[in-house]
Write a new protein. Structure first.
Length: 665
């Protein structure tokens, strides 16, 4: 009704994603900085406030936005509760401030002020009415009477511009013609583990100390000290469910299984159990609960694989044939990724007319394991299921359990990966495994850390997975594994490795040109010599300790790439810092796993908050050696097996004392 009388415009609110269609992501304890363009026609003064509330709160909290210049405004609030927050901006013409500003100019120019004082008195009396029956209402009426009274004009003028009056008027603005930005924007708040985490993947069935014997949850529990020693936050287990026998794959993905072949854990289900059951050779639900509790005692959370597919033996195949696509010959369509064929796996048919009960059943799988205490899920191939399904499932689960995290394993086109992040996936796999050159890494991580993408997409870097043994790892020897480890652990706030294959530098492909492992653990039991002296376990533990003690490495914000003079383009330098510059990390990596590389690093000191005219200390956290640099250049020489990489922490200069330079601790 009054839309035509509203004169304030609000636009350009940040952060927001796709006009507010999707929720921005933050973690508990974050300060959320909100900016907006707020202005009106003419020369009247504008006021605006930030409104925010948790989804369970009845009333809005309110903060004034402060002007930044050029009609840009800013305010910030801290998020403390898990779940969804709403926020928006409200703006209005401040008639009293406009009047006061003009009044001051008239006082300076001289002349009759009586009409102006009468106008001011009327505005103050209106504010007194808005203040209702209160002490402030009484005081406002008193001040209005002074302005409208018969006292000396200069006394009335002084009262008109008094700070007390200005403060009272700010408390009771006239909002009848205010503008509130629509739609209200949303913000999802996760646990801090969503922003920074170190994942370790292992197959429980391969944890037996006896070669050839199927591992159990008890064996997996005995492996926990090893995982904890390396400093991992999350232990991710591939599917722990019964494995079908129909069309079971043999070793090295052979089309037919031989006697004793254990099959793929992703071929889920037997006649008497599916996604809510446990493989009987692993143990019972009680054994799983014990493993969960034991992991927690080491500060480790268990993540389960959520693979929405079935073996031909799964109860769903017999009880709900309408959930699967049938071919013209009447058989169920098995999974394919040409030229790969997965006859042991049936995908669900999401275009089925029975999609609603299918959705509900699949959601019940998540809720079942949440009920058992699991709060982290690695989701297998989410890009092959409908976007609408994931939006519905994640929203419903997180409304009930806002501490649940979902990692999207979707190696697909970028727009699809980013859409999944918008739908609610907490973290996402990336193309990191295939970005090896200096240019590739620089361009890719510059893209991933742009503000709008950073608001919704949390990359999780994996140098290897059971499906991915990159050519770089196959051909680069131990040096390649060290390089990819340092990159994953320092480029990304979230990273993971598939072990023990990674720390033991397993690099044998099934055939040239393939990324599949020879003797892949996906199809057979493996016995891993985890105490082998050439294992990378100590370096992994050292890097994870460095990550925990340096908050700059626990965020994907504020990453900068710095030039390096190196003819072979094999030295990569980048930095990370906290917003307050209290923690600054510079990493230099040799991308050549076969030989030494040297060059001159050029640091952009202004980006690191370092005065160009002062020395600073570069403390190599890997070698525990300190160097004093002056100016923006420093020489580095790195060689595989000698000094593979530098992870420097910068310490600012404080003073010179007794001929020695003193740096901040």
């Amino acid at each position: 009704m009054d839309a035509g009388r509203r004169r304030v415009v609000i636009e350009g609110i940040a952060p927001q994603v796709d006009g507010g269609r999707w929720a921005v992501k933050r973690v508990q304890g974050d300060t959320v900085v909100v900016e907006a363009n707020v202005f009106g026609d003419g020369h009247d003064e504008v006021r605006c406030v930030l409104l925010y509330r948790h989804q369970q709160a009845e009333h809005w909290s309110q903060l004034p936005l402060e002007p930044l210049g050029n009609d840009r405004w800013r305010a910030s609030f801290t998020v403390v509760e898990l779940g969804t927050y709403q926020y928006t901006v409200c703006g209005w013409i401040d008639h009293f401030s406009t009047w006061r500003h003009d009044f001051e100019k008239r006082v300076a120019a001289g002349g009759d002020l009586s009409i102006d004082l009468a106008i001011g008195a009327r505005l103050i009396e209106e504010a007194a009415d808005r203040a209702g029956p209160s002490v402030n209402a009484v005081r406002l009426s008193e001040l209005a009477a002074i302005l409208a009274g018969s006292q000396d004009i200069s006394a009335r003028a002084r009262a008109a511009v008094d700070a007390e009056l200005a403060a009272l008027m700010q408390k009771y603005p006239d909002l009848r013609l205010s503008t509130t930005y629509e739609p209200e924007l949303r913000l999802t708040v996760d646990r801090p583990l969503a922003r920074s985490s170190a994942w370790y993947e292992l197959f429980p069935r391969s944890t037996s100390p006896v070669a050839g014997r199927h591992g159990t949850f008890a064996d997996c529990e005995a492996r926990l000290p090893y995982v904890a020693e390396m400093g991992f936050d999350i232990l991710y287990l591939p599917p722990i469910h019964p494995i079908g026998t129909a069309f079971r794959k043999g070793k090295n993905n052979a089309p037919s299984a031989q006697s004793g072949d254990v099959g793929s854990p992703w071929a889920i289900g037997v006649r008497d159990g599916g996604h809510k059951a446990i493989h009987r050779e692993l143990g019972t639900i009680k054994d799983f609960r014990r493993l969960l509790a034991a992991a927690k005692s080491y500060g480790i959370e268990l993540a389960l694989d959520l693979a929405y597919q079935c073996s031909p033996d799964h109860p769903y195949a017999a009880e709900h044939p309408e959930w699967f696509l049938r071919r013209p010959d009447g058989t169920i369509q098995y999974a394919e990724n040409p030229p790969k064929k997965y006859q042991d796996i049936y995908p669900f048919y999401f275009e089925s007319q029975a999609w609603r009960p299918l959705w509900e059943e699949l959601k019940s799988v998540v809720l079942f394991w949440v009920g058992e205490g699991v709060r982290i899920f690695r989701v297998d191939n989410p890009h092959t299921k409908p976007f609408s399904f994931w939006e519905w499932l994640i929203d419903d689960v997180r409304r009930r359990y806002p501490d649940v995290l979902f990692l999207a394993e979707a190696f697909t086109r970028p727009k699809i990966m980013y859409r999944l992040a918008k739908l609610g996936f907490t973290q996402s796999y990336t193309y990191f495994s295939w970005r090896n050159t200096r240019q590739e890494i620089t361009e890719y991580f510059t893209e991933l850390t742009q503000p709008e993408l950073r608001d919704i997409f949390r990359p999780n870097l994996w140098p290897n997975t059971p499906d991915i043994l990159s050519e770089y790892l196959q051909t680069g020897g131990r040096g390649a594994f060290v390089t990819r480890l340092v990159l994953a652990a320092t480029l990304g706030a979230n990273y993971g490795i598939y072990g023990p294959a990674f720390e033991l530098c397993e690099a044998r492909p099934i055939q040239p040109g393939s990324e599949e492992y020879l003797n892949s653990e996906k199809y057979e039991l493996r016995t891993w010599p985890i105490d082998r002296p050439d294992s990378l376990r100590e370096l992994i533990g050292q890097l994870n300790r460095i990550r925990r003690s340096n908050p700059a490495l626990r965020s994907d914000a504020n990453i900068e790439f710095h030039p390096v003079e190196n003819d072979a383009q094999q030295l990569l330098c980048y930095s990370k810092r906290t917003d307050d510059f209290g923690n600054r990390i510079v990493v230099v990596v040799n991308l050549d796993p076969h030989g030494p590389q040297a060059g001159m690093v050029h640091l952009q000191l202004d980006r690191l908050g370092i005065p160009a005219d002062q020395p600073y200390q570069m403390h190599d956290l890997l070698a525990d050696k300190a160097y004093v640099w002056r100016g923006n250049q420093g020489y580095v020489q790195l060689a595989p097996g000698v000094v593979d990489s530098h992870v420097f922490r910068i310490h600012r200069w404080l003073r010179t004392e007794g001929g020695s330079e003193i740096f901040e601790p």
